[in-house]
Design a protein around this ligand. Structure first.
Ligand SMILES: NC(=O)c1ccc[n+]([C@@H]2O[C@H](COP(=O)([O-])OP(=O)(O)OC[C@H]3O[C@@H](n4cnc5c(N)ncnc54)[C@H](OP(=O)(O)O)[C@@H]3O)[C@@H](O)[C@H]2O)c1
Length: 344
């Protein structure tokens, strides 16, 4: 017996990956529906060997749909997720619209699976920001072992984190630079080709950006409210894969060797850490993969119980689509959802 699943934002970067991952992992689906804006009505997207015709979200009736995986931005989610949830369809939302709502669980299955139990209050479950998701996968087992006090993180975030327009801008600008054409900035505030931009999402009053604030708030909500965290989020000219330089201060002693052993056994983590040329992961190698990769694990002697490391993952997969599908799997594994249409 399978479920009726709708993917909203199916023509987007995350939505297309969502369809791939649902198919790859054999999620129990009886019927799959691809939804996007009216602009995309009738266009086609792939689901395994099949082609799906995209339908418009604003004319779709969710009353017999079991799960809606939503990745169409915050405004669309704010308007639609509560209505869809009220129709008895569980929404797994990729945007930031509900992440900080006390009645909405924010879930990374390797980190806080038990928090999912509260989902029925609104029938909405939030997926974290891409940079937070991969970081907490690596930090959780280390926190369990030695209790994290403080984290200092700098991110190197790929342009796919800004949607398909972000990828198009890097491509177009790179070509323009090569043919000595004029370079236009539309999606990003400054040129992204052959450059880096220390600004993601809007500025807040304290000088941090909203992206940096999200990493603080989401780490506290999912891992531990006592953890202090400060972030600098930077956009880099990479198509897929977010990287993070992470410095962690623990309450209890932990060596680099111990951290490496813990991370080798931890769910979702893969350690690639040879202290030699090329003995580490780069974002290009993470693209299309499910793991959160950890490299360059070393002790930081400038603080008590300090470690530094390099964390990389495919932002469209663990940072978005894969995590959302894992949340759907968790609902099924724990018997928290039943198909509305019973098999005849
Ligand atoms: N990219 C990442 O790394 C990442 C990670 C975590 C979370 N997210 C979140 O995931 C969401 C989507 O990101 P993305 O990278 O996939 O963006 P994207 O490539 O720009 O795609 C946006 C999708 O939303 C659809 N959409 C836009 N307005 C709509 C409307 N009014 N009604 C229905 N559908 C509408 C678009 O459909 P049309 O083609 O019809 O316009 C498209 O399918 C965002 O909330 C983002 O914050 C992204």
């Amino acid at each position: 017996m399978g479920f009726k699943v709708a993917v909203v934002g199916a023509t987007g970067n995350v939505g297309r990956e969502m369809l791939n991952i649902l198919e790859e992992r054999g999620f129990p689906i009886d019927e799959i529906v691809a939804l996007a804006s009216r602009r995309s009505q009738g266009t086609e997207v792939s689901f395994g060997d099949r082609t799906l015709k995209v339908k418009a979200l604003d004319t779709y009736d969710f009353s017999d749909t079991d799960i809606c995986i939503m990745s169409a931005g915050g405004n669309v989610s704010k308007e639609w997720s509560p209505k869809i949830g009220k129709q008895g369809c569980v929404v797994i939302d990729n945007s930031s619209a509900f992440r900080y709502d006390q009645d909405v669980p924010l879930i990374v299955p390797e980190v806080n699976p038990d928090a999912i139990s509260g989902f029925a209050r609104k029938n909405i479950i939030a997926n974290p920001n891409c940079s937070t998701a991969q970081m907490v996968v690596a930090l959780k087992p280390l926190h369990d072992a030695a209790t994290i006090k403080r984290v200092v993180v700098a991110t190197y975030q790929s342009v796919s984190g800004a949607g398909k327009e972000g990828m198009d801008e890097l491509f177009t600008q790179t070509r323009a630079v090569f043919v000595a054409d004029q370079v236009e900035n539309k999606k990003f505030t400054k040129r992204i080709a052959f450059n880096v931009i220390p600004h993601i999402d809007v500025f807040l009053d304290d000088g941090f950006t909203k992206e940096e604030w999200k990493m603080v708030a989401e780490t506290k909500k999912m891992l531990d409210p006592k953890i202090k965290l400060t972030a600098t989020c930077v956009r880099v000219p990479v198509f897929i894969g977010h990287s993070e330089a992470v410095n962690v201060e623990f309450e209890k002693p932990i060596t680099a060797d111990e951290a490496r052993e813990i991370l080798r056994e931890a769910p979702g983590c893969q350690v690639i850490d040879k202290r030699e040329d090329g003995g580490y992961i780069t974002p290009v190698e993470s693209a299309g993969e499910d793991a959160t990769y950890i490299s360059r694990i070393r002790e930081d002697s400038t603080v008590d119980n300090g470690l530094s490391m390099w964390i990389v993952s495919d932002n469209l997969r663990k940072g978005a689509a894969l995590n959302a599908v894992q949340i759907a799997e968790l609902l099924v594994e724990r018997g928290l959802i039943q198909p509305k249409k019973k098999a005849a």
